[in-house]
Design a protein around this ligand. Sequence first.
Ligand SMILES: [Zn+2]
Length: 93
Amino acid sequence: MPYGSLDTVGILDNVLRTGRGIQVECTGCPGLHRFTHDEIAALADKVGRDYNLLNRRCKCRLTPGCEGWNRFFFLSGVYRPLFTPEHSVRWGR
Ligand SMILES: [Zn+2]
């Protein structure tokens, strides 16, 4: 499925309308989580449907005590980074 542009693919409204797969992977542990539609909907209720997952990360929530970062990926054939190479460099990964 074509996704248009990286700038908009991670907007929660788009994710919900297209049912696109979103997952997080951790930089510090093998943790991985695929979001369900309900989880994305709950997030949208909290932060708004205009919220964009692009270049966002959060402290690991997958493994207790892990100091890594959870980063978002979106499904387009395979899971692709929902962050730009420039941002990845800024994060030091
Ligand atoms: Zn982790």
